[in-house]
Design a protein around this ligand. Structure first.
Ligand SMILES: Nc1ncnc2c1ncn2[C@@H]1O[C@H](COP(=O)(O)OP(=O)(O)OP(=O)(O)O)[C@@H](O)[C@H]1O
Length: 317
């Protein structure tokens, strides 16, 4: 939507005592973009969301949100909504009462309460007490309350956490519609499939540093060699063929956490190397019954970027 910046962050640093939660982090989010923040536990995702929401200030760096420079002395501008960790809700009230209270506090149109509840699919439980809600229902109510102000920047911490598949689809649709209308969305998720469906761009954090920023396709394509499981008609011959195939490393399947029996080979290599392996297997009279990545490419890229190589299991030649 015009490529206007919703967030421009440069060199953000934030420490908690000796812990450096954010270490010179850059972030670029355009209006109408759904931007995923991903990283292992403790990577700094929530800290970054907290800065965007104005819950805390950076120690160093420059943060511009919706065209306004945010500093220690200046709060974030209007037009930002969202939550970090779990949304703040009144458990003794119903969703309708929660949203009505927020609407009157924020000066939102009371009619938006009905609209927001319908958007997240909570209209049929609008008059039940929130105290009886599941995590997924609370997440959806948190999203509805964030939507009440019709924000230009929506900041959400794991908005699909605890959602069943239907509710997840609904939240995806809502976020997609908001983005189509020009709202910038920054969200965290531990699920790469969520990110793949929702986000055009991702920023991968590891120990407070940005280890990747860009389109998801680029993240997947940057994965080098992938581990593949190969099920064949003759595992003994297949093993011998794989040991001689160029660009292929034979791994010990037990080390790779495989639960299948001994008819599986686990090999590491690029896609062209896998193609060549299949040709060689067929030439050797071995039927290939199954060939697929042990973990999907996006997840593999994430692991490669955020996992210490030293902790990888040893290859068995
Ligand atoms: N208020 C705080 N006081 C002290 N340390 C904190 C505080 N908030 C975060 N940290 C530390 O900063 C680091 C980053 O934490 P943060 O919550 O931002 O990570 P995260 O990526 O959101 O993790 P998770 O996926 O587990 O939610 C962690 O080491 C955490 O322990």
């Amino acid at each position: 939507m015009g490529g206007t910046a919703a967030v421009r962050a440069r060199g953000l640093v934030k420490s908690f005592g000796d812990v450096v939660a954010l270490d010179h982090v850059d972030l670029d989010v355009e209006e109408g973009q759904v931007h995923g923040l991903v990283g292992p536990n403790g990577a700094g995702k929530s800290t970054l969301l907290g800065l965007l929401l104005g819950l805390t200030a950076a120690d160093r760096g420059r943060l511009e949100v919706l065209g306004t420079l945010v500093g220690r002395a200046t709060s974030v501008p209007a037009g930002i909504a969202g939550f970090v960790d779990e949304p703040g809700l009144y458990p003794s009230l119903t969703p309708r009462q929660n949203l009505a209270a927020l609407a009157s506090l924020r000066g939102s149109d009371p009619h938006d309460v009905v609209w927001a509840l319908a958007q997240v699919g909570l209209d049929d439980v609008a008059d039940d007490r929130v105290s009886g809600f599941s995590l997924g229902m609370r997440q959806r109510l948190g999203l509805a309350s964030a939507m009440l102000t019709r924000p230009r920047l929506l900041v959400l911490d794991e908005p699909t956490n605890g959602l069943d598949p239907a509710a997840r689809r609904q939240v995806h649709r809502v976020l997609g519609d908001l983005a189509d209308d020009g709202t910038a969305v920054v969200l965290t998720s531990h699920r790469m499939d969520d990110l793949a469906e929702l986000c055009s761009e991702v920023t991968v954090l590891s120990a407070g540093r940005v280890v990747f920023a860009g389109p998801l396709e680029k993240l997947a394509s940057e994965t080098g060699d992938l581990d593949h499981q190969v099920r064949t008609t003759d595992v003994v011959t297949a093993r011998a063929v794989a040991a001689q195939a160029p660009g292929i490393r034979l791994l010990d399947e037990r080390d790779r956490g495989s639960r299948s029996g001994g008819d599986l080979l686990v090999v590491r290599g690029s896609l062209p190397a896998m193609d060549e392996l299949v040709v060689r297997l067929v030439r050797a009279g071995v039927g290939v019954r199954e060939l697929g990545p042990v973990v999907p490419p996006l997840e593999a890229a994430f692991l490669a970027l955020t996992t210490d190589e030293a902790s990888e299991p040893e290859a068995a030649a």
